[in-house]
Design a protein around this ligand. Structure first.
Ligand code: GLA
Ligand code: ZN
Length: 670
């Protein structure tokens, strides 16, 4: 498979470009490409929502305008990422063919509205999509200015129509080998007499039907089906465009995690992973925002273990967050290069020019309603373009992380919908971020991987709240530790299998008990006003939310609870298992305990760490280093070694000073 880099081996810098909204403004269309060149943009995503222009009447394709857009961009050295238009269908289609419109969770077929709401099963929608995709591929599949296919836009959502219900039943028949007994067992359906005696009795979880949280096996299989059907639809589109020229790579733009579709499945079939990143910068805790964004970037990079594309971001503000806050001076550069620091080979925006109307007219864009290639936002964008040109040597380089944190969509769905623990909020994502922050603040590169990922090559694997683990995953963890790996797990790990059936014989399930050398007998959930603590190495660490009551078998007890009827019982444990080591944190600490544990483990594993001020991190794409300051104030950070700043040429030896909200990209000096 070729990557876009084979066609255009440079950082991409550009935006979603929607010239079809400006057909009545020829002067605007004429100015755009020249302004793009001035903004140091080299690539635009075109045609994402252009179906109505491309096929105004059923079966009649009009590509003249699109020909012109691509050609005019090319004249200014701007490449095209060409989208398939399936994310928003034309009105005529929705009116003529009812089945292309989704049936929502209340069982109501939607009227024509918005976008991202087609039925993935509908044969008519599939047929119309393949037809236009093929027509696009035939017209542009050998155009040297088209470097990448952008398949649809932000796949997601679900449809509950009869076609989808039937497809769901077929999916289940295949999964359970046509055997209803197997399905009933997997769903534990004798609970409340819910036994299924005919496949036709199965319905998706709906508002007036089975709630998500009652028969969680059904709910999880529904999520698996939605993932399968969405992936299948995407693959159909990929096949359509590749049938003409398989050498143009494909991507689809994903969104902030977690989602209701498992991105692991989608990522398998694209050549390049891309995603749309819209952090709420300048909300109360900016550092937290930086950590969360870093975690997401790492997740998208780790989906294919190679550079990804930042497909959308805003050059100033969004129009849909609670508060449409502008990026403060410095933040645009910092956020854009943060993506690069974590493995992106692009900085793309939504969008090139603000529309005159529609709900996104006040969303930040490179060109504002004043129509000028000037001003604060334009200058910010231009400067990022100039930076990317100077940093071009980095494009394509990989990140070699020795540490992995497991974040898994299926686990997220299972945990969030299971009744028990603290129902108000299980805080799964928050917990993953808390553990990840210990590495972020020490400048340790981390892959964010899912349950199905290969663990070989990692020195440390962290699995926060990995409540749901299929048997294969348990085996994988066992092998990983047996062969010398170090694993860290927390409370609520390995409680259930992939259909939410509890493991019998004690938690964590199956041989994980041996790996961690313990049995977690009970878990206590705490009210917000409850307090406990762990005593470890003569220090006391606060504990909130969860305390497991643990019986060690072979594990060594490092720390014990201080309060309540389980005072003195183990809370933090370490076990030697075959050639490896497994740590177990039996309670939710407020950060300090796990942080100290990770500091010790990193030292033991001889993984390089940096001693950095709060709010500062270092990431690497060897041999390049990115030092990032998320504070509003200037800092000095110690960075051992001699480096040259790739943009300014400045030399550093041992330490580097950075302005507030700034990033420096360093190259080792011989
Ligand atoms: C998403 C979509 C874009 C646009 C932006 C606005 O990422 O893909 O079409 O709506 O959000 O932030
Ligand atoms: Zn449907």
């Amino acid at each position: 498979m070729k990557e876009y880099a084979a066609l255009h081996p440079h950082f991409l810098h550009g935006a979603d470009y929607n010239p079809d909204q400006w057909l009545a403004y020829p002067e605007v269309l004429e100015q755009d490409p020249e302004m793009m060149a001035q903004a140091h943009c080299n690539c635009m995503s075109v045609g994402i929502f252009s179906w109505a222009m491309l096929e105004p009447v059923e079966g009649e394709y009009h590509f003249e305008q699109l020909d012109r857009f691509i050609e005019n961009l090319a004249k200014k050295g701007v490449k095209t990422i060409l989208a398939t238009p399936s994310a928003a269908r034309p009105r005529w289609m929705a009116e003529k063919y009812e089945q292309v419109r989704r049936v929502n969770k209340s069982g109501i077929r939607e009227q024509y509205n918005t976008r991202h709401n087609h039925c993935y099963t509908s044969p008519i929608y599939r047929q119309k999509t393949v037809a236009i995709d093929k027509a696009l591929a035939e017209r542009y599949g050998h155009n040297p200015n088209v470097i990448l296919w952008h398949i649809s836009n932000e796949f997601g959502g679900e449809c509950h129509c009869e076609l989808c219900q039937d497809a769901f039943r077929q999916f289940l028949k295949k999964k359970y080998n046509n055997d209803l007994d197997k399905l009933n067992h997997a769903w534990w359906s004798s609970f409340w007499s819910h036994t299924v005696t005919d496949w036709a009795q199965i319905h998706s979880p709906m508002e007036h039907g089975e709630p998500d949280i009652i028969m969680t096996g059904l709910y999880l299989d529904w999520r698996n089906f939605v993932t399968y059907q969405t992936t299948d639809f995407m693959r159909m589109e990929i096949d359509a465009v590749k049938s003409v020229n398989p050498h143009i790579p494909v991507t689809t733009n994903l969104m902030w995690i977690p989602q209701n579709v498992d991105y692991d499945a989608l990522a398998k079939y694209v050549d390049v992973v891309s995603w749309d990143s819209y952090p709420s910068w300048h909300e109360q805790d900016q550092i937290r925002c930086a950590v969360e964004t870093a975690f997401c970037h790492n997740y998208f990079r780790s989906l294919k273990h190679k550079p990804f594309l930042l497909m959308e971001s805003t050059p100033s503000n969004t129009n849909w967050q609670a508060v449409s806050k502008l990026k403060r001076p410095g933040m645009h550069r910092l956020a854009s290069l943060q993506a690069v620091a974590h493995g992106s080979d692009s900085v793309q925006y939504f969008q090139w020019r603000k529309g005159r109307g529609g709900s996104e007219k006040f969303h930040g864009a490179v060109i504002d309603h004043n129509g000028k290639a000037a001003g604060r936002v334009f200058e910010d964008v231009k400067q990022v373009g100039i930076s990317l040109e100077k940093l071009d040597a980095i494009c394509g380089t990989k990140t070699n992380a020795r540490v992995a944190v497991i974040f898994d969509h299926k686990n997220c769905w299972a945990l969030s919908n299971t009744s028990g623990f603290i129902n108000a909020d299980k805080k799964y994502m928050q917990t993953c971020l808390q553990h990840y922050k210990s590495f972020w603040k020490r400048g340790v590169d981390v892959d964010v991987i899912s349950t199905g990922a290969d663990l070989t090559g990692y020195d440390l694997v962290v699995m926060p709240m990995l409540y749901s683990m299929p048997l294969e995953q348990i085996d994988r963890i066992e092998r990983y530790v047996a062969q010398g790996g170090t694993a860290v797990a927390t409370y609520a790990t390995g409680y259930v299998n992939d259909t939410d059936l509890c493991y019998l014989g004690g938690f964590p399930g199956n041989q994980l008990k041996d790996v961690f050398g313990l049995i977690a007998d009970e878990i206590d959930s705490l009210y917000e006003t409850d307090k406990n603590a762990v005593l470890w190495d003569n220090n006391t660490y606060d504990v909130v939310d969860y305390c497991e009551l643990i019986t060690p078998t072979t594990a060594e007890v490092l720390g014990a609870y201080k309060e309540d009827f389980y005072a003195g019982l183990p809370a933090l444990l370490k076990n030697s298992y075959k050639k490896g080591t497994a740590y177990y944190i039996g309670c939710r600490d407020t950060g300090a305990l796990s942080d100290k544990l990770y500091a010790q483990i990193l030292e033991k594993l001889q993984i390089q760490t940096y001693d950095l001020p709060e709010g500062v991190t270092v990431t690497s794409r060897a041999p390049y280093l990115f030092v990032q300051n998320y504070n509003d104030y200037d800092i000095t950070a110690s960075v051992p070694g001699c480096y040259r700043n790739m943009e300014t040429g400045e030399q550093y030896s041992g330490s580097i000073s950075l302005n507030g909200l700034d990033i420096a990209v360093l190259y080792p000096n011989d």
